[in-house]
Design a binder for this molecule. Structure first.
Ligand code: GLN
Length: 488
């Protein structure tokens, strides 16, 4: 018997559509039903756009029938609610944008639309992508499909949970300090953060512009490769997007692992790493050895400074980016403002949640005249040292391997009272953002019945290499095929 539609990945669904085993409308209807049914338990979505999805699916079926289909035509996906979608609410998880209907599509959305994908809806996320647990969303927390008492990770928790529960085969997501990889790890799915500049940021609501990067979450590296190929590329509307050719990531999956030099980062096996998680990782490294890779011990001496560096740079940039939400041009406006200052104060005071306000205040402080040199400038210098560590190590190895997150998923509410404990979740992921290099997370085992992730980091524009290594690992193991009992 063939597996149910929701259990199949993008590549398998594309094959089924091509063979007319089912139509895109049938597939879309099936997944919309699952999304609606899961919403009370998981809260993975902010918007479900059923009507538009069915219309897009019907158009895709027409293209397939007319022999005009591309590799993604008719495949349903969900978009993180940080991407502007024409005619559809784009909230960024915030009360501030609860009433914002975007007049245009983000480049990522436009490209995937042009490729024939069907958007099922917009995923829940931490407010303005600030968080590691999806608990800062104005729309309430997302629950982890493996155990609904646990967080799914964040800030792309809705995207990760939707893929983990097989409500959608793939999702877009963004990663400023770990928001693709950490939720992918905690939810047991595969997530890739590309090189800074590989994917356009146009129409992606800005958090920290020098760190933000769009990427994908799917069940497998193969599916990530399929989607990334359609998203990546130069965009004249994003001045930081890089004009470099986009390789065929799917064809690249066949690259051999034999001879791959895998660096094991000493600093990632510190006291913060859960002991059982470490055991799983060590077993994973053996799989790579078996596949012909060479394991090399390496060190990133300054990577331990990533979290404090990030928490100066990211808030600084966010305080500037979020200044545009003033109650005049976008989103929430307070009732009956007395004067202009009152309008600003109350609109922002009501529209933003506590974590966003904390970041804006920190950012304004570190950028203020008396403190700029002591904090912002210093953080930029340390960022340079961290980048140099990565550059140096990539002269000796092809990829780096280590944990994605220090522990498996934690309980809802467990870390909300202490922001620093929450920030430490990204201790292994932030370095890649500061250096602008690509990194991915693949499921590599379970601790206390909760998934844990292996992180692979590569030099700039090595997405194909990372995906090939992850794909080779997924051909040897079946962690990525496991799905939570309630959602099979
Ligand atoms: N958890 C980190 C933060 O809160 C990273 C978020 C992200 O990557 N968007 O800033």
């Amino acid at each position: 018997m063939s597996s149910p539609l929701h259990a199949r990945g993008l590549a398998a669904l594309a094959a089924g559509l091509a063979k007319r085993e089912f139509s895109s409308v049938e597939l879309t209807r099936h997944l919309l039903g699952r999304l609606e049914a899961a919403q009370p338990q998981l809260n993975a979505m902010i918007s479900i756009t059923g009507e538009a999805a069915l219309a897009a699916a019907a158009r895709a079926d027409g293209a397939i029938a007319g022999g005009k289909a591309g590799p993604l035509t008719g495949l349903p996906i969900v978009h993180k609610d940080i991407f502007c979608t024409e005619g559809v609410r784009t909230s960024c998880g915030s009360r501030m944008l609860d009433n914002f209907v975007s007049p245009y599509d983000a480049t990522v959305v436009a490209k995937l639309k042009a490729a024939g994908t069907v958007m099922l809806g917009k995923t829940n996320m931490d407010e303005f992508a600030m968080g590691s647990s999806n608990e800062t969303s104005w729309y309430g927390p997302v629950k982890n499909p493996w155990n609904t008492a646990m967080v799914p990770g964040g800030s792309s928790g809705g995207s990760a949970a939707a893929v983990a529960a097989r409500l959608a085969p793939a999702a877009t997501a963004t990663d400023t300090g770990g928001s693709i990889r950490q939720p992918a790890a905690l939810s047991g799915v595969t997530g890739l953060k590309p090189t800074y500049g590989r994917v356009s940021r146009y129409g992606m609501i800005a958090f920290a512009s020098s760190l933000d990067q769009a990427g994908v979450i799917a069940a497998s590296a193969e599916d990530c490769a399929l989607l990334l190929g359609a998203m990546a590329g130069f965009d004249p509307r994003d001045s930081t997007s890089v004009d470099a050719p986009v390789p065929d990531y799917v064809a690249g999956l066949a690259a051999p692992t034999k001879g791959l030099r895998v660096g094991i980062v000493k600093e990632f096996f510190d006291q913060g790493l859960d002991a059982q998680n470490e055991q799983q990782l060590r077993a994973t490294f053996e799989v790579f050895r078996k596949l012909g890779a060479t394991l090399v011990d390496v060190s990133l001496p300054n990577v331990g400074l990533s979290v404090p560096t990030y928490y100066v740079v990211a808030p600084a940039e966010c305080s500037s980016n979020l200044a545009r939400f003033d109650g005049v041009r976008f989103g929430h406006r307070c009732e009956n403002p007395q004067d202009l200052l009152d309008l600003y104060r109350r609109s922002r005071g009501e529209g933003f949640g506590a974590e966003v306000k904390r970041r804006i205040m920190t950012g304004t402080y570190v950028l203020s005249a008396g403190y700029y040199d002591a904090y912002y400038l210093k953080a930029q210098q340390v960022r340079q040292l961290i980048s140099a560590d990565f550059a140096r190590v990539f002269e000796r190895v092809d990829v780096l391997a280590g944990p994605t997150s220090p522990t498996p998923a934690f309980a809802l509410g467990a870390k909300t009272a202490d922001p620093v404990t929450m920030y430490l979740n990204d201790i292994y992921t932030i370095g890649a953002n500061l250096a602008g290099v690509p990194a991915l997370s693949v499921p590599c085992g379970f601790v206390n019945d909760l998934p844990v992730g292996l992180q692979l980091i590569g030099p700039h524009f090595s997405e194909a290499k990372l995906l090939a290594a992850a794909h080779a690992f997924q051909r040897e193991t079946d962690w990525h095929t496991r799905t939570p009992g309630a959602w099979q």
